[in-house]
Design a binder for this molecule. Structure first.
Ligand code: ATP
Length: 376
């Protein structure tokens, strides 16, 4: 077990034509002892490069990586006591499962052969792969290969596990099952784990904390619920949550009665003093609201309320997912602005219906349109 720290870690790749790519841009991150931290972000944001630097598979351009307060920047990968599990499993095809699992221990420790054999068998039993010990990887299903790859990492009893999209080659059902199993295993072993995925659902369901990267830069680190309810900026607000948050470009206007109104194409949204204070004198803003926070009801001739919290809309599409319906809305009379709401799966609303959309004030997020930072 170990605390792992990244201190202004930077990685610059130089292409053949001399062009520089900043893959990881001064990332600082404190991964606590025993924590399950998920590194999440879109393709190309620098997740794998970060993980590979921690593993020692990639050099660091600048900054420090520490394992229990010891700088390990120049420590060779095999001396780091870190085990990595890859998306491709990376099992040795000519070796049996038993040999695959024993190999790392034979290479990196002085343990006697019989002890290695015992550890391999105990780990195989724990992972439910003991009946497969004498098979070669080609004789295993994808799910079994994945389990062997995990078993091979676990048997080494490393200080840190690094996992790079380890479940992405599995079908949806097996992936969901392995997510739970992996979490349970990690809780049992209490080994610090850094898990990379581009899948925000995986991040939300698995991580003690999640670290969200975009363009090589760390956007936010927090518990899944913190990142969901208090996104630090527009990127996080948009990336976390499915369907994504609705955003409306608005400008601030002082109302006649001292209040503050956020004016948009459709919205003329009066905000509370709290929000008004948070906005200060900024004028270009983005108002965000999550689909599940929007409520809709059938229109009975009523139109928008004066405070702008209620606006008329037309339902364009309804997508049932079982427990909920995803409702696509065209706002206002000309339908230029759109929004997505999720409602209970039992509620009946059909495409073409006129509805009243309510955006409650306690559910709105306000961002600075220039910096994209959250203000409220
Ligand atoms: P994905 O989810 O697609 O695997 P990622 O978030 O893991 O993406 P990285 O693989 O870390 O992203 O890549 C980050 C950036 O660095 C990308 O722009 C990528 O093209 C670039 N990059 C990665 N490895 C190299 C390399 N060896 N040489 C040049 N550029 C590289």
């Amino acid at each position: 077990m170990a605390e792992t720290q990244l201190d202004d870690v930077r990685k610059v790749f130089t292409e053949n034509d001399g062009n520089e790519i900043v893959a990881v841009n001064d990332v600082s991150l404190d991964i606590e002892d025993g924590e399950f931290l998920v590194l999440v972000g879109p393709s190309g944001c620098g997740k794998s490069t970060t993980l590979r630097m921690i593993a020692g598979l990639e050099t660091i351009s600048d900054g420090d990586i520490r394992l229990d307060d010891r700088v390990i920047n120049d420590l060779p990968a095999k001396e780091r006591n870190i085990a990595m599990v890859f998306q491709s499993y990376a099992l040795y095809p000519h070796m049996t499962v038993r040999e695959n699992m024993a190999f790392g221990l034979e290479e990196s420790t002085d343990l006697p052969g019989d002890e290695i054999a015992t550890r391999v068998e105990e780990t195989a039993e724990m992972m439910g792969i003991d009946p497969l010990l004498d098979r070669k990887p080609e004789e295993l299903s994808g799910g079994q290969q994945q389990r062997v790859a995990l078993g091979r990492a676990i048997v080494r009893e490393p200080a840190v596990f690094l996992m790079d999209e380890p479940l992405s080659n599995l079908d949806a059902k097996l992936r969901a099952q392995m997510r739970t199993e992996l979490q349970q295993l990690q809780e049992q072993l209490e080994t610090t784990t850094v898990y990379v995925t581009h899948d925000q659902t995986e991040a939300m369901t698995m991580g003690d904390r999640i670290a969200i990267l975009n363009d090589g830069e760390l956007q936010q680190v927090g518990t899944p619920l913190e990142c969901y309810h208090e996104p630090a900026n527009v990127f996080v607000a948009d990336f976390i949550g499915e369907p994504a948050m609705n955003f409306f470009d608005v400008t601030r206007r002082d109302a006649d009665d001292d209040g503050t109104v956020l004016d948009g194409d459709i919205l003329n949204y009066t905000v509370s003093d709290d929000i008004s204070t948070a906005i200060g004198d900024r004028s270009d803003l983005v108002l965000g609201v999550r689909p599940e926070d929007i409520s809709i009801e059938r229109s009975e001739g009523e139109n928008r309320r004066a405070d702008g919290h209620t606006i008329p809309a037309t339902v364009s599409v309804v997508e049932p997912t079982g427990d909920e319906n995803i409702v696509y809305l065209e706002l206002g009379d000309d339908g230029n602005e759109t929004a997505i709401a999720t409602i209970d799966g039992m509620s009946r609303i059909d495409a073409g219906e006129r509805v009243i959309v309510h955006i409650p004030e306690d559910a709105i997020h306000v961002f600075d349109a220039k910096t994209n930072e959250a203000l409220h």
